[in-house]
Ligand binder design. Structure first.
Ligand code: ZN
Length: 161
């Protein structure tokens, strides 16, 4: 079986930046995704298409095919009193905020001043070249329900109440 749309794919991977820092890894068979459903970044999904179980690939993905390029317009100053006064605000903290179209976005605190907090709405990996070493652990057909939902069910997939 080769990876194509409507397949559930399990991969083990190591993700590094260009300085060889490990950004993320999964090596216990717990990461799976539904191919063709935009569950993973486009550059990785494209690199995996047509591969077979047991194949190993190394792929370098430019930010445009990963988490996007950094957008300076997503860096904003917010009044300190927009945050709960009892909460200590420190660089690196992440909050859910509302984006320009009302969508939920994750923002990261960049700097904290006396009256102003600067938050960055870029994905933490925006602008980063992503170097993946991937082993394809398993490929199976997706169920009708998984296709309808657009995600994987089962022990390592999506759980519904
Ligand atoms: Zn579901």
């Amino acid at each position: 079986m080769k990876i194509s749309e409507k397949h559930v794919v399990t991969i083990n991977y190591t993700l590094k930046d260009n300085d060889d820092n490990i950004l993320d890894k999964s090596d216990d068979g717990s990461f799976c995704y539904l191919h063709g459903a935009s569950n993973i970044i486009p550059g990785l999904e494209g690199a995996l298409a047509g591969k077979s179980s047991g194949d190993e690939i190394s792929v370098s993905i430019a930010p445009e095919e990963g988490y996007g390029i950094r957008d300076e317009a997503r860096i904003q100053d917010v009044p300190r009193d927009a945050f709960p006064p009892e909460q200590a605000i420190e660089p690196g903290m992440q909050f859910h905020a509302e984006g320009p179209e009302g969508q939920a976005v994750m923002v990261t605190v960049a700097t904290v001043g006396d009256d102003t907090v600067t938050v960055d709405g870029n994905h933490p990996l925006a602008g980063v070249t992503l170097n993946f070493d991937v082993t394809i652990a398993d490929i199976r057909e997706a169920s009708a329900e998984e296709l309808e939902h657009g995600h994987v069910h089962g022990p390592h997939g999506h759980h519904h109440d």
